[in-house]
Design a protein around this ligand. Structure first.
Ligand code: FES
Length: 96
């Protein structure tokens, strides 16, 4: 994990809060590939991507889209603002 990112699983165990670069994202806690726990992943603070610790799929935190690695499925991004301003869940599109 980057020194500048803080990752914490929410109480439901289904979602992960990522605080990085002055922003907060709430995303799926499990990687869509083989359910790797993203709380143990690496966050690139410059590109705002999270990398799964199991097989190194990389996801854009702002869209949930996979950008590298073995998965083609996107993460759900539940919110990308203040913790009290949760938006409706959405799925990102796969970038090719
Ligand atoms: S479980 Fe995340 S890339 Fe395989």
């Amino acid at each position: 994990m980057s020194d500048d990112a803080v990752l914490r699983e929410l109480a439901d165990g289904e979602r992960l809060r990522v605080r990085v670069a002055g922003r907060e994202f709430v995303i799926d806690a499990a990687c869509p590939h083989r359910k790797g726990r993203l709380v143990h992943g690496y966050v690139n603070t410059r590109t705002l991507r999270i990398i799964c610790p199991l097989h190194r799929s990389s996801f854009d935190l702002t869209t949930g889209c996979p950008v590298a690695g073995p998965t083609t499925e996107a993460l759900t991004v539940y919110s990308d603002g203040p913790a009290d301003g949760e938006d409706a869940p959405r799925k990102g599109r796969t970038e090719r």
